[in-house]
Each structure stands twice: as structure tokens, then as C-alpha cells.
Ligand binder design. Structure first.
Ligand code: NAD
Length: 357
């Protein structure tokens, strides 16, 4: 089978880490008899330099006609002074919206080999954790009506949160489907003791749950969830959240893993086509120095195989190769800590993962 993958390498370390993931995918293709065809498209700062706009129309077209998109990262100090609509980050929002991506999947897993990097207490670390945030991406307060006006106490500002049943239903289904690929447990996050949108959220999620009797569902208030993530993260499997709650909790979840250089993500819509990218930025401070950790991008490619192409065995093979490299003590500079281990470069770490596939 042939899969057409759009590559959006972006800026900074983007090209290095995407090249690493491509090498891994090519090896997997040869091993399992798939043909991955890659086509590159510009977005972010490099697109501004080449075309004057962060997201050229042909990039959108190229992504929409691909089977899936692998993205590095965009942005950097060179473009920081540009006005908002010309900032490289606009490319990400534009691409997500053009592709209709309303589900964001962000796994946060503790690698026991890297437990020294985890900021939590050792008894909590000993239990390990492996959770998946399923965050609604295109609705809620970030997209609601907003403005400034004259109020009771003078000038004031407001942002409104709106969620429709349709938006809640589709993200809830994404969470239950994801849970079926994992440990079949969903914890839905809301603030139903205060917010009307949360009460509709809870009602709707419970109704959708009736279609998934094999998945356990419970509710958790967002303030409690923020505490539980640092108190007992092992209790979470799939965490279902609205846009803003997920924005905050997914950053908390990534921090407790100890390294952002390891964490992949997927943004999905109604079709199988998705956008797969590491959660970190373009790391301009180490760009072009062969010091980037390629693992987050390689694991993003694994998520692409699992969610876009239903190639679970191949995705497992990549994840196991990463586990093996870390368990054998191989490290890039960002995760070397105080171990005294000689850090591998981006290329060397990629080679090490490929030889363990
Ligand atoms: P960053 O994630 O790029 O870097 C933060 C720190 O982590 C840096 O010290 C960096 O060297 C390190 N780091 C990040 N990824 C690493 C990796 N794979 N291997 C080793 N070290 C890594 O965040 P920042 O410095 O706040 O942002 C830099 C630029 O990236 C900005 O222009 C920002 O807007 C952009 N950004 C883009 C995205 C995206 O494209 N999705 C996300 C976040 C930030």
C-alpha cells in the first residue's frame, strides 16, 4: 500500500527532526512492505521568507490532498517582530482550521529509564504513568464571542465559552475510540459545579458513553484534575477535556514526564487525515547543531501509523525501538541530566533507534 505524506518541516530544528522521522518511516516501509511517499511544503518562518506569507495556499492544498501531515515546528526570533497575522504560528492555526482538526491527542508517558528527570516524588514516580489527553481543539472560550465594553466598574473585557452538543459528542467519541485502543478508561474533565457549558458537557459525554459499554467513564472537576495529575497520575488513562482545560492540563501532564523532547501529538478531524507533530517548538537555540532530540517527532510518526493508517504493529515497533534505546542508556543532550553519559546527536540517536527497529 502507498501512503502519501506531506512534510512541513518548518523552522529551527524542524528540518533535522522531520528528516529523522522520515528515515525511520522509510525503514519501517522497507521492513513491512509499505511505500511512504513524501512531499515537502513550506509553512512558518521559511514560508514567510520565500513567499511573504506563513501559510501559502499551495501548502494548504498539498496537505489537504495528502494522506497525512508530519510537521516539525515553526517560528523563531527572526520573525518575532512581525505583526500577528504574519507570525509563523499563524500557519499552525490556519492548517488546523483548513484541515478541520477538532481533536488533539497528547500522550504523556513516564519513561522509567528517565525517572530522574521527573519532578515528582519518588513514590509517585515508582507507580509510573501513561496517559492520553484528548482535547477539543476548535471550540470553547478560545473561539467564543469576545470584546471590550463599558461596565459597572468602568472599562471591562469579556470572553464567552460556548459548546454545542455536536462539538461535545464528536470529541467524546474520539475519546472513547481512543480508550478502546488503550486501557478502556475515560475520565472527563469539567467544572459542572459552576459552568453551564460544563453541565451540557457532562450530560452529553454520559449519553455518548452508552454506546461504549466496554469503556469505563468517570467525571472529575478541573481543579481536582490539576491536583490529581501531580498526586497520582497513574490513575489516568484517557483524559477528555474542553479546549481551555486541555490547554492547561496537557502542559502540566507534559511537564511531569520530565522532557518535552520526547512527547508527540496528533490533531485529528472527521477523516483519517491528521496533523502529527512534536509538542515542543523550533528550539532556535540549538538549530542546525545536530543536538535536537528526534524522539518526539519519531513518536509522532508512530502515532500517524497508528491513527491515520491503522498500522498498529508498525507503530508498536517504533515505540519499542525508542524504549529500547532509552533503556540501554542512550541519551540526547536534553535528557542526559547529571548522568555523565556522552550525549548522542540527532542523527546518531536516529541511527540508534533505526538499528533497534
Ligand atoms: P521550544 O520548545 O522551541 O524550546 C524550549 C527549550 O527546549 C529550548 O531550550 C530548546 O532548546 C529545548 N528543546 C525543545 N525541543 C527540543 C528537542 N527536540 N531536543 C532538545 N531540546 C529541545 O520553545 P520556545 O523556546 O518557547 O520557542 C521557540 C520557538 O518555537 C518560538 O518561535 C515559538 O513560537 C515556537 N514554537 C512553535 C511551536 C510549534 O511549532 N508547534 C510550539 C511551541 C513554540
Amino acid at each position: 500500500m502507498t501512503y502519501n505524506i506531506a512534510l512541513v518541516k518548518g523552522d529551527g530544528i524542524g528540518p533535522e527532526i522531520v528528516d529523522s522521522a522520515v528515515r525511520v518511516l522509510e525503514t519501517i516501509g522497507a521492513r513491512y512492505g509499505h511505500s511512504f511517499k513524501f512531499k515537502e511544503w513550506l509553512a512558518g518562518g521559511c514560508a514567510i521568507d520565500a513567499t511573504g506569507t506563513p501559510l501559502p495556499e499551495e501548502t494548504v492544498e498539498g496537505c489537504l490532498t495528502s494522506d497525512s501531515v508530519l510537521l516539525g515546528a515553526v517560528g523563531g526570533p527572526k520573525w518575532d517582530g512581525l505583526p500577528g497575522n504574519l507570525r509563523p504560528e499563524k500557519a499552525l492555526l490556519g492548517l488546523r482550521s483548513a484541515m478541520g482538526l477538532y481533536t488533539n491527542l497528547r500522550p504523556a508517558k513516564l519513561y522509567l529509564a528517565l525517572k530522574e528527570e521527573c519532578p515528582l516524588r519518588s513514590d509517585i514516580v515508582a507507580q509510573g504513568f501513561d496517559l492520553m489527553m484528548v482535547r477539543e481543539l476548535t471550540g470553547g472560550i478560545y473561539f467564543g464571542e469576545r470584546g471590550r465594553r463599558e461596565g459597572k466598574y468602568g472599562p471591562e473585557a469579556y470572553d464567552t465559552e460556548t459548546y454545542s452538543v455536536l462539538e461535545i459528542e464528536r470529541i467524546a467519541r474520539a475519546a472513547f475510540e481512543t480508550a478502546r485502543k488503550r486501557r478502556r478508561n475515560v475520565i472527563s474533565i469539567d467544572k459542572a459545579n459552576v459552568l453551564e457549558t460544563s453541565r451540557l458537557w457532562r450530560e452529553t459525554v454520559h449519553r455518548v458513553a452508552e454506546d461504549y459499554p466496554d469503556v469505563t467513564l468517570s467525571d472529575m472537576l478541573v481543579d481536582n484534575a490539576a491536583m490529581q495529575l501531580v498526586r497520582r497520575p497513574s490513575q489516568f488513562d484517557v483524559v477528555l477535556t474542553s479546549n481551555m482545560f486541555g490547554d492547561i492540563l496537557s502542559d502540566e501532564a507534559s511537564q511531569i514526564t520530565g522532557s518535552i523532547g520526547l512527547l508527540p501529538s496528533a490533531s485529528l478531524g472527521a477523516t483519517k487525515r491528521g496533523l502529527y507533530e512534536p509538542i515542543h517548538g523550533s528550539a532556535p537555540d540549538i538549530a542546525g547543531m545536530d543536538r535536537a532530540n528526534p524522539i518526539a517527532t519519531i513518536l509522532s510518526a508512530a502515532m500517524m501509523l497508528r491513527y491515520a493508517f491503522d498500522l498498529s504493529e508498525e507503530a508498536d515497533a517504533i515505540e519499542s525501538a525508542v524504549d529500547a534505546a532509552l533503556n540501554e542508556g542512550l541519551r540526547t543532550a536534553d535528557i542526559v541530566g547529571a548522568s555523565g553519559i556522552r550525549p548522542l546527536g540527532c542523527r546518531e540517536m536516529t541511527d540508534a533507534i533505526i538499528t533497534r527497529l
